[in-house]
Write a protein that binds this ligand. Sequence first.
Ligand code: NAD
Length: 524
Amino acid sequence: MATEVGIERSGAAVNGRANAEFEVRNPATGAVVGTPPDMTPAEVADLAARLRAAQPAWEALGPAGRARHLHNWLNWLMDNDQRILGLVQQETGKSWGDTKIETMVAVEVINYYTKNGAKFLADQTRRPHGPASLTKELKVFHRPHQLVGIITPWNYPLGMPMMDVPPALMAGAAVLTKPSEVTPLAWAEMVRGWNEEIGAPPVLGCATGLGPTGAAVVDVVDMIQFTGSVRTGRAVGIRAAERLIPASLELGGKDPMIVLADADLDRAVKGAIWGGLFNAGQSCIAVERIYVEAPAYDAFVSKLTTEVGKLRQGSDPQEAFEAEIGAMATEAQLELVERQVDGALAKGAKALTGGKRADKGLFYPPTVLVDVDHSMECMMEETFGPTLPVMKVADEEEAIRLANDSPYGLGASVWTASRARGERIARRIEAGGVSVNNALAHVFQFPLPMGGWKESGIGARFGGPNAILKYCRKQAFVSERVSLKTELHWYPYTASKARLTDRMIRLLGMHDWKRRLGKRPGAE
Ligand code: NAD
């Protein structure tokens, strides 16, 4: 059975869900844009077995051979970008400007990790740690997990898997992906392209389906890379622990933005708007709450309100660039934003823009909230929507205290004229990444790790070699340079061998001559 975008169902079908499908809708219009298979655990296991069978030849290709296929895939994507981005836009209801950015992630990640893959994966030679090991050659080999699972959310249907899949493939693993049930179409088409259009080995699979399909993926892989909510991430982590497989979890966030009185307010306002409202605020590392030092507060809020008022909302035609802020991906997400804003307003907050859902489609207008505090959900819970709650703080100390008053620790930003001050504050913020005078910038610096602290996750993506090595197992390799007939500590045990061993240990391991020569303290 194939859908509009050619998602093939695999052979096995059990559990009474055989041949089930689910609908994918365009949130801007409500139209059904796809009906992919809701794959059963048996189908997932079948797909996993086929990927495993293809993995050894993939690993044997080496980094240069694997990079060639990734380059072909990237070429195919860019030759078909309008069509694939069209699918992204249909399933997300994004503005075209927000949609276009998704190919940039693919280009940058594939180019960086294909260029550096061989270097990152190279064997490492280690020096022996002491005289007893001098006769040995020591190396560390990086051997991939055979099958890696990559589960992704709906906010960037192409960009999100593109952050993790190329490094995992470069590592030499086979990869079983599970896109969100809200937005599976563009990614399924990318996987079809890999398998059917560019002649690549069949080491990349796509399991479409609802939550249970994701759980089935965790059940069959050797390592899991999960991006999504804290709730699902916790369930994935528990299952991974039961199966004793490594899990890397990229979860939610509530990123604070600290604006100090000496900051360039024009830049800070533009940064707050892009950092908070890009992708209709549906980014894990979005600016979710803003703390402004008292002397700059009125000017900041006034500029912010004026600039937000200029934004246009819609899911505009390709290449039209008639809107900045697109739709919310699901009704549930829109209702969550509504609940948080209504809750804040009921507790005394004011909406200076927006504050109420649009009449048609799943659109929520960009909303600046003031008079907010930490008793409100909009300041404490992840919003994942187009809101900018702004709070006045007395000084730097209060800003840091409030920034850290959160169960999340994904990212943060500090805006100040003094880079030294920015760095000093960053060192006190409990988050996996901090940008000074920019929003979200720390996320796309591939030499740096991108990961969450506290409930925002475990592990990290990127970080130079880490992005590839996290999909590998380290293998310790020891080879004897000189082969003796036997070793001093091997059987049989004899008194003379034991005396010799003891002398050697003392001579080579002690730090003073008395002990080196076998004398004990107090003994003459
Ligand atoms: P979600 O947790 O509901 O779903 C994520 C994926 O998990 C989907 O593909 C879903 O089908 C699958 N899934 C559901 N139940 C599962 C189970 N039991 N086992 C395995 N997989 C299962 O998240 P969402 O609503 O799609 O995405 C929004 C969340 O993602 C937000 O919290 C956001 O902060 C987070 N996010 C984090 C990052 C990051 O890098 N830290 C990036 C983007 C989004």
